[in-house]
Ligand binder design. Structure first.
Ligand code: HEC
Ligand code: HEC
Length: 222
């Protein structure tokens, strides 16, 4: 009897261990259907936040851990934006995983080193004034602007005005982040503009054009 009970406990323990993977992974297919509700804002190029006015950021192709962090920060109210807080609070943690898995899977392949545009970007980084300013950002955001680790957001191809808006917010503390604030505290408005011009025009874009047209197609209802 005692033996049987012990055996039973061991079985339960084994099942628990097997059913809790170290890292839960998102279901991209479910993420894709959940993202339809987001496309009214994020899938339409030129869509703006109202007050203050700035472009709704591109999220297709963004890095997975950054997406998870951003959605959890909105959900917890740590990143203040009433619309996004409401959106994130309507999602379960599993749905957030699914969305992050799907959106990050849309990342375009890194351009080949032989690509003339990449060479141009590298030359810009070492030779232009904007590139010199950006050289203090690339340890995290990457030479190509795609992020050196999944928790660092991609900046390549992000909207210019969104980048400028966010850097001003880090400076004035409206977006409160202990890593980013010291990075940008000494930048002048002109430096910020140059950096935004630099990162927003790097060749690695945030979304694949074919994906974006699918998203737009849905929003337009065709
Ligand atoms: C009504 C418009 C609207 C809808 C709908 C919306 N968003 Fe947003 N989203 C915004 C705006 C505006 C911002 C920028 C907020 C800020 O400044 O922090 C944003 C920011 C984000 C960010 C942070 C991006 C970054 O680069 O930091 C993520 C991630 C995001 N949204 C995901 C989603 C998801 C997922 C959905 C659907 C479940 C969604 N959004 C629905 C308007 C919207
Ligand atoms: C030590 C690493 C590090 C360095 C260096 C760094 N960043 Fe960041 N950056 C981060 C992290 C982490 C975040 C996400 C913070 C958050 O959640 O608000 C971020 C966020 C951003 C965002 C917001 C992106 C979005 O989608 O909302 C912008 C814009 C940005 N950084 C620009 C810069 C610029 C410009 C520089 C150089 C002057 C720079 N960063 C240097 C780590 C870094």
């Amino acid at each position: 009897m005692i033996r049987l009970q012990l055996f039973g406990l061991a079985t339960v323990a084994a099942v628990v261990l097997c059913s809790s993977p170290a890292h839960a992974t998102g279901d991209k297919k479910n993420g894709r259907s959940l993202v339809y509700t987001c496309n009214g804002c994020h899938g339409v190029p030129g869509s703006s936040n109202a007050y203050p006015q700035y472009p709704v950021p591109k999220i297709a192709g963004q890095n997975e851990q950054y997406l998870l962090d951003a959605l959890h920060a909105y959900k917890a109210g740590q990143r203040a934006h009433p619309t996004m807080t409401a959106q994130a609070q309507s999602l379960s943690d599993q749905e957030i995983e699914d969305i992050a898995a799907y959106l990050s899977s849309l990342a375009p392949a890194a351009p080949k080193d032989s690509d003339a545009q990449v060479k141009k970007a590298k030359d810009l980084l070492t030779q232009s004034d904007a590139g010199k300013l950006a050289s203090k950002c690339v340890s995290c955001h990457g030479n190509d602007g795609t992020g050196t680790a999944p928790q660092f957001p991609r900046l390549a191809g992000q909207y210019n005005e969104y980048i400028q808006h966010v850097v001003h917010e880090y400076q004035n503390g409206e977006r409160d982040n202990p890593i980013m604030k010291p990075q940008v505290s000494n930048l002048s408005p002109d430096d910020i503009k140059q950096l935004a011009d630099y990162f927003s025009t790097l060749p690695t874009q945030l979304e694949k054009p074919d994906e974006l047209s699918t998203l737009k197609g849905h929003v337009q209802g065709d």
